[in-house]
Ligand binder design. Structure first.
Ligand code: GLA
Length: 346
C-alpha cells in the first residue's frame, strides 16, 4: 500500500427494536443498523510502527504502537476501543487515522461498536460480517471489561438497507425483516448517562449463566422450566430471557403482518419485563417510556440496549414525535480504498 492511498471505512450505529439481554444467552434479537455512524480515514505508512488516531469528538489524540498488549489501560480512555481492535486485527503498518462520527456517544446507539467496526475495516480486517463482528466483540470486551454479546457489532457489520435484522445469537443466522410502511423508529435520550453499566451488566450475565446451569440453555427453556427455579432473583432473570425471546418472535410476526399496534404492545411488555424481572431500567427511563407511550400516534416504546440510562426507542406513526433521532434502517459497514482490498462486506 502506497503511503498516500487513503482507506475510508464507515460503520453504522444500531438501535435495538426488541430482544435485550438475550444475545449473550444465545437468544433472539431484532435490531437495525441506522443512518448515523462513524467514519475512519486511515493513511497507512509502511515505514511507521505506530498509528496516530485523532477524533473530531475528542480533545486528546491517541498514539498507539502496532502491538498493544493491555487495551484496557490505554489513555486517553476513548482509544481503548481502538486498541482492542488493534489487538484483534494486528495491523501490518502504522500510519495516521482520523475518526469522525454522527452518532451521539455513549447513548445506547452503539457508538463503541461503530468505532470498533470502522477501525477494524480501515486497518485492513478481511472476513465475513460475522467474523468482523466476533473480532470487534472481543475488542469491546478487552477494552471495557464488559462481557458484552455480539448483537451491536453484528448489526453494524451486517446491516441491510431498509430492513431490521432478526438475529439468532446461537447460530448467528440473520434474517432481514421489512418494517411496515407508514411507521417511524425514533430514539429519545433519557438524559441519563449510563451508570454502573459495566458491573451490573456482568452481574446480569452471571445470573443468566447460573440459571442456565440449573435449567439448561435459556434459549430452549420454557416459562414452566424457569418457574421451577428456587432462587427468586434467578427466576426473574430467566423469565425475562425466555419471555423476551418469545416477544422477539411475536414482534417479527407482527411486523410481517403489518400490525404496528400489536408490535407496539409487545414493546411495552418488553420494557415492563426489563424493568421488573431483569431490573435494568431506571426511574428516569421508566418515566420517559411512559411519557412517550402516552403520546398520540405512538404504538409503543421501551428502553433499548443495555439499559441503566441511555435511550428509549419508540415505534410511531410518521411525525408523531418531534423529539429525538428519527432512525432509518440502513446498510452495514463498508470500506473503500487501500489498493483494491475492500468494498462492501458480506
Ligand atoms: C449491550 C451489549 C449487547 C447486548 C445489549 C443488551 O448493548 O453490547 O451485546 O447484550 O447490551 O441487549
Amino acid at each position: 500500500v502506497a503511503p498516500s492511498s487513503e482507506v475510508v471505512a464507515f460503520a453504522p450505529g444500531r438501535v435495538n427494536l426488541i430482544g435485550d439481554h438475550t444475545d449473550y444467552t444465545g437468544g433472539l434479537v431484532l435490531p437495525m443498523a441506522v443512518q448515523l455512524g462513524t467514519t475512519v480515514r486511515f493513511r497507512p505508512d509502511p515505514a511507521a510502527r505506530r498509528i496516530r488516531f485523532v477524533s473530531d469528538s475528542e480533545l486528546e489524540p491517541a498514539d498507539l504502537p502496532l502491538v498493544v498488549s493491555q487495551p484496557q489501560s490505554v489513555t486517553p480512555g476513548w482509544a481503548r476501543y481502538v486498541a482492542g481492535v488493534m489487538a484483534e486485527v494486528g495491523p501490518p503498518a502504522g500510519g495516521k487515522a482520523r475518526i469522525s462520527t454522527t452518532l451521539p456517544i455513549g447513548s445506547g446507539l452503539s457508538s463503541s461498536a461503530a468505532l470498533e467496526v470502522g477501525v477494524a475495516l480501515a486497518l485492513g480486517f478481511s472476513g465475513s460480517a460475522v467474523e468482523l463482528a466476533m473480532a470487534c466483540q472481543q475488542a469491546e470486551q478487552k477494552a471495557s471489561g464488559v462481557p458484552c454479546g455480539v448483537m451491536d457489532q453484528l448489526t453494524s457489520a451486517g446491516g441491510v438497507e431498509g430492513r431490521a435484522l432478526l438475529i439468532d445469537c446461537r447460530s448467528l443466522d440473520v434474517e432481514a425483516v421489512a418494517l411496515p410502511p407508514e411507521c417511524e423508529i425514533v430514539a429519545v435520550h433519557s438524559g441519563q448517562a449510563r451508570q454502573l453499566a459495566g458491573s451490573e451488566y456482568a452481574a446480569r450475565r452471571r445470573d443468566c449463566e447460573r440459571a442456565a446451569a440449573l435449567v439448561g440453555h435459556l434459549a430452549d427453556a420454557s416459562v414452566a422450566d424457569v418457574t421451577r427455579l428456587r432462587d427468586p432473583r434467578l427466576r426473574r432473570r430467566a423469565r425475562h430471557v425466555v419471555t423476551e425471546n418469545q416477544r422477539v418472535r411475536d414482534f417479527a410476526a407482527s411486523l410481517h403482518a403489518g400490525d404496528v399496534a400489536a408490535a407496539g404492545e409487545i414493546m411495552r411488555a418488553s420494557h415492563a419485563s426489563l424493568r421488573d424481572d431483569f431490573e435494568v431500567s431506571t426511574p428516569v427511563l421508566d418515566a420517559l417510556v411512559d411519557d412517550v407511550s402516552s403520546r398520540p400516534g405512538v404504538y409503543g416504546a421501551r428502553l433499548t440496549g443495555a439499559g441503566f440510562g441511555g435511550c428509549a426507542v419508540a415505534l410511531t406513526a410518521p411525525g408523531a414525535l418531534e423529539v429525538g433521532w428519527k432512525l432509518v434502517p440502513s446498510r452495514g459497514a463498508w470500506v473503500r480504498g487501500g489498493g483494491g482490498r475492500g468494498g462492501p462486506i458480506s
